[in-house]
Design a protein. Structure first.
Length: 190
């Protein structure tokens, strides 16, 4: 098994739900709780992304591997929009960017993988012992909340409403939320 590390390096530029949308849903007309509502939106988004193993809005991740695998490379937190770079960190301290004509992104939506083009091979594993390979990629459904599927948006609204009404409880994935998210969850086996 190859050791790996996954880090988000660029956060989404907006929230998965707008404050106005949440206030309309909850029928709130005052501004006294706006900061709390934004925090609830963020908490709901975190819970849904964790549950689904998906990124809702555009964000950038780095997957670090100790070496190149013998086959495909699985990317996490899709849907993946694009691969920015695949970089090898060599034993001598130099870095080498893998030519993007040698690989392609397959199955962008569900379980995205990096596959080699026909006849291509991964660079030789003369790499640093840790973080020898770094893949920088962009994922998420899009830049705005309108890009998120409606069933996920409805689940987010349900979680925020639950948090608003039950302030002692943390964001929970209820059976109602699970049914709204059915079909969106990505199961990963590493």
């Amino acid at each position: 098994m190859i050791n790996m590390d996954l880090i988000r390096i660029v956060e989404p530029t907006s929230e998965a739900l707008s404050l106005k949308e949440v206030k309309d849903y909850l029928r709130i007309e005052h501004a006294e709780e706006d900061d709390q509502l934004v925090t609830m939106i963020m908490a709901a988004t975190f819970e849904v992304e964790k549950y689904l193993n998906r990124s809702l809005l555009t964000q950038t991740w780095v997957l670090s591997l100790e070496k190149y695998p013998s086959g495909n490379i699985t990317l996490f937190n899709g849907p993946v929009q694009s691969i920015t770079t695949i970089t090898s960190s060599l034993l001598d301290g130099s870095q080498d960017i893998f030519d993007n004509t040698q690989y392609f992104l397959a199955n962008k939506q569900e379980k995205p993988i990096v596959s080699l083009e026909y006849g291509a091979i991964w660079p030789p594993n003369v790499l640093r012992p840790t973080e020898g390979v770094k893949i920088v990629y962009v994922c998420g459904h899009g830049d705005t909340s309108d890009d998120i599927p409606s069933s996920i948006r409805q689940a987010l609204l349900h979680i925020v409403a639950s948090l608003y009404e039950n302030r002692e409880d943390g964001p929970m994935i209820s059976e109602t939320v699970k049914s709204l998210l059915h079909g969106q969850k990505v199961y990963t086996f590493v």
